[in-house]
Ligand binder design. Sequence first.
Ligand code: ADP
Ligand code: MG
Length: 378
Amino acid sequence: MRTLDDLDPDGKRVLVRVDFNVPLDERQRITDDVRIRAALPTLEELRSRGARQLILAAHLGRPKDREPELSLKPAAERLSELLGVDVALAPSLDELPDGEVVMLENVRYEPGETKNDPKLAARYAALADLYVNDAFGAAHRAHASTEAVAHLLPSAAGRLMEREVRTLKGILEDPKRPLVAVMGGAKVTDKIGVLDVFLDRADIVLVGGAMCFPFFKAQGHEVGDSLCEREGIDPARAALEKGGDKLRLPSDLVAGREFSADTEVSSLDGVDVPAGWMGLDIGRSSAESYAAVIETAGTVFWNGPMGAFELDPFADGTRRVAEAVAECPGTTVVGGGDSAAALAQFGLADRVDHLSTGGGASLELMEGKELPGVVALS
Ligand code: ADP
Ligand code: MG
């Protein structure tokens, strides 16, 4: 993969694809600007190396037409504050404002964007001399601004993209051992591919969150009203066979009557969940034994919370695991939006080595898939 070391931006106009797909509240105010901050090293480096103009391209949400609620105006304003320069928003691809840093409107306003349309890519390319892709979170999509355009200009990965790919690939290719994978969250089917890869490569795989229940079901336990994806049961059975001792499941659980912070709560000694209850967190003894494994790891990859951490009575398992990841002297990498939110909630976000900005992209990379946005820069 080419990087900024392979480009000379001096005096050039540089089209930079960034991932500014930030959460907004109902009044279009940004509630979390981590992704915008994550692009600053690349933007600052390009400016300090003499780039004449930066033209930023990004998507926001999934607009069906030019929905004004999905304008990138709030992102342009926040970037302007962070960079300390004006960031003008281009009214259209044919009306590019002057200025050292300008921003195109939501690329998904263009019907050809998600079709990887070569004509649209040619219009993007006509705006600049060089192309830099720093949008790791969008690298698993072959879209006009992430894939087709990369072939039309001298192109390279930005520093965020470089760091994400290097760190995540490093875990698969040459991890410090023991390599411990911690997998949880809600959707087993999205993550079973990654779990499978870790059953090959990791030394220990710890499973928590709602991800447990297809495993428990496959083992013949009662899951009560727990969130348990049916399509997850067969893959879970296969993973149990393949995983042997490597694969660890909780030995106790915390259950609630319903998914709510003020519901009745019960600590279960085992993992059978009675009818009328749902398992919403791993139990105390499971959390302690997971923490002990994590604290002695050479490398930790964590994706997915251990329980419904948003609800106070069910946050302890995730908190204990987050603390152990923070304490671990090895290399620690966390992927997934909710896992990152959990770390932030516990004030531990700056205690991990790498917090991936790309949910889907990081899972696909860990599964060993080639990301079109990365391949186009190679
Ligand atoms: P990430 O974004 O880190 O990849 P996911 O999106 O897969 O994580 O899962 C996060 C969600 O899973 C959280 O909203 C959390 O409430 C939910 N969750 C975790 N454990 C359980 C459980 N036992 N029952 C219901 N929901 C759960
Ligand atoms: Mg999530």
